[in-house]
Design a protein around this ligand. Structure first.
Ligand code: AMP
Length: 306
């Protein structure tokens, strides 16, 4: 695996990758902020299956953090991350500095309008401008055939898919299922902030999403009633304060009144030590994607029909 840190090194290494493979060379790209876990690994495995070569980036992007957020304490472990990328067969890792990603005098950003103002964007103003700007820049530098994102960050996936199409970027966006612990808690680099007590309560997020999916499978279409079901499951998480509980159009993120089209059920809960998010695509016929667990047999719940 080659490790590069500058735009020009990346351009050289990327050119060499493309030249070393067959005529229909394809490059799979997985952008990350590091502190890699099995959720990230699932994206790399999928990228390897579908492409001749795989490129990773590790960049804790300052422009997607608010001033009061965890940018400076975000977990960073370059040696462990590189070992994991190596073991996953990644060909090229791009680890730029902030100055490399945002050259002196940089003023350009990608604004995704209302899509970036709702849900996570309402609690984290400017977050999606930061995400869209850095991902678009990475797409231009890496020039991947396909790029891989986790369903866990559902709004992020929708935002990336939207600006990629709007700007005509020649990248196929692949959304991969959320990897969970056996208790349903979605793997996240931020889970390590949780206290033992908070960790016991954190699976309530997934139970709330499951309750909504179960109700939908039973024929419920009233979004008010679905939100109520989710809210009552969250009451178990007494240490957390729900930030939002939403069922929104899966493309526009407009809040729905009736579940009459593909939707995203999503929620955020603020625990004293970390703010957690989770989501599940649902539709009038039930959950849209299978739920993916790293312990499928232990959990019992995760695999549902698509
Ligand atoms: P991050 O390093 O948190 O920016 O995440 C990098 C990518 O990994 C994003 O596309 C995330 O959605 C994805 N990801 C993070 N956690 C999970 C998970 N538990 N399952 C699947 N994908 C994930």
């Amino acid at each position: 695996m080659r490790v590069v840190r500058t735009r020009s090194e990346l351009a050289g290494a990327r050119g060499a990758l493309a030249a070393s493979t067959a005529s229909a060379a394809s490059i799979g790209f997985v952008p990350t902020m590091g502190a890699l876990h099995e959720g990230h690994a699932s994206l790399f495995r999928r990228a390897s299956q579908q492409n001749n070569s795989v490129v990773a980036s590790i960049f804790v992007n300052p422009t997607q953090f608010l001033p009061n957020e965890d940018f400076s304490k975000y977990p960073r472990d370059e040696a462990a991350d590189l070992a994991m990328l190596e073991s996953l067969g990644v060909d090229l890792a791009f680890l730029p500095s902030v100055e490399e990603m945002y050259p002196p005098g940089a003023v350009t950003s990608v604004d995704v309008g209302r899509l970036g103002d709702v849900l996570e964007g309402a609690s984290r103003p400017g977050h999606f401008r930061g995400v869209a700007t850095v991902v678009a820049t990475l797409f231009n530098l890496v020039q991947p055939t396909r790029a891989y994102f986790g369903q866990k960050d559902g709004q992020q996936s929708i935002v990336v898919d939207r600006f990629t199409r709007d700007l005509g970027l020649p990248v196929e966006i692949v959304i991969c299922p959320t990897v969970r612990e056996s208790n349903g808690l979605a793997l996240s680099s931020r889970n390590r902030y949780l206290t033992d007590h908070e960790r016991l309560q954190a699976p309530a997020l997934f139970r709330a999403l499951e309750a909504a999916a179960d109700a939908v499978a039973g024929g419920e279409t009233s979004v008010d009633r679905l939100r109520e079901r989710m809210g009552s499951e969250l009451e178990v998480a007494s240490l957390g304060t729900p930030d939002y509980v939403s069922i929104a159009d899966a493309e526009t993120l407009e809040e729905l009144r009736t579940l009459d089209r593909p939707a995203l059920a999503s929620l955020a809960v603020r625990f004293p030590s970390a703010r957690l998010i989770d989501c599940l695509p649902i539709g009038p016929i039930g959950p849209i994607h299978p739920i993916h667990s790293i312990y499928p047999s232990a959990s019992g719940s995760p695999s549902r029909p698509a």
